[in-house]
Ligand binder design. Sequence first.
Ligand code: BMA
Length: 327
Amino acid sequence: MTLQLIHPTPILNLPWEERPADSSDIVWRYSHNPVIPRRPFPSANSTFNSAVIPYQDHFVGIFRIDDTRRVMNLHFGSSQDGLSWQIDPQTIQFQCNEAEIARFQYRYDPRLCWLEDRYYITWCNGYHGPTIGVGYTHDFKTFYQLENAFLPFNRNGVLFPRRINGKYAMFSRPSDNGHTPFGDIYYSESPDMAHWGHHRWVMGPGSWCYTKVGAGPIPIETSEGWLMIFHGVLTSCNGYVYSMGAALLDLEQPWRVMYRAAPYLLSPQMIYECVGDVPNVVFPCAALLDGDTGRMAIYYGAADTVVALAFTRVNELVDWIKINALP
Ligand code: BMA
């Protein structure tokens, strides 16, 4: 197969390490993980489940930081190399015309998406329970908040990087008010980024994740379909285990799953993934792709405590999903 990327964008300074000689894993970890420590400044308790994107000649990110009061909020950060980050101790202040929507309860698990003319941010937003907050920025200096996409309870709102059939498109995962013991990925469309409908079921729990699934990074458009990396959860006798999986979705009807890999891509195995505030969590929120080489860098939260990095090659990953697909 000759994989084509639909909008290949070079990222010249993408963080990268080759697969270790003794590994045949489809996704391999950065040898100096974690890339972001739990406490980049004194009032931080933990930094995890965060979104990263290339910006001008460097990288920027929206970081989930739970502070030492255990308030969950979003912070801006920047980096020359995607590895060493400067994170603003001040929380992001969103400008919002609607006082009702601007009222802060909590914000967590951001995603970051370049779409048409601006960078959109989606996150899990506290509004009488978790729902999907939506905002945008042009310059990572001024941030604007829009209407919440959905009613509570919902999490893991992930935008597509282009309109589908003329509409904005988003994954989400309807949930409950707690540590939800269920969860399927749904697809929704909007003409204006405010009113969401045309809801379609995408996929539910499967082989290694029989409790729940949720979308992860912004999907990547390839000639073989949308590459979707997601998190999935199994319930062990000792609680939830969060791992990373992958699927290929139809380009114009992304609720149609064409291939879904039966094995996970990465599961919690390293000490920083297995030990932390919430043990056994690998939670991907961003995947950067160098359009010239096909190299991918996946940023994921580990154990709800730190941010880690893993690598793959997009053409190998797409082949692997097809070869290892569920029947
Ligand atoms: C989910 C979210 C994530 C978190 C995960 C594991 O419900 O809260 O932010 O990483 O649980 O605790």
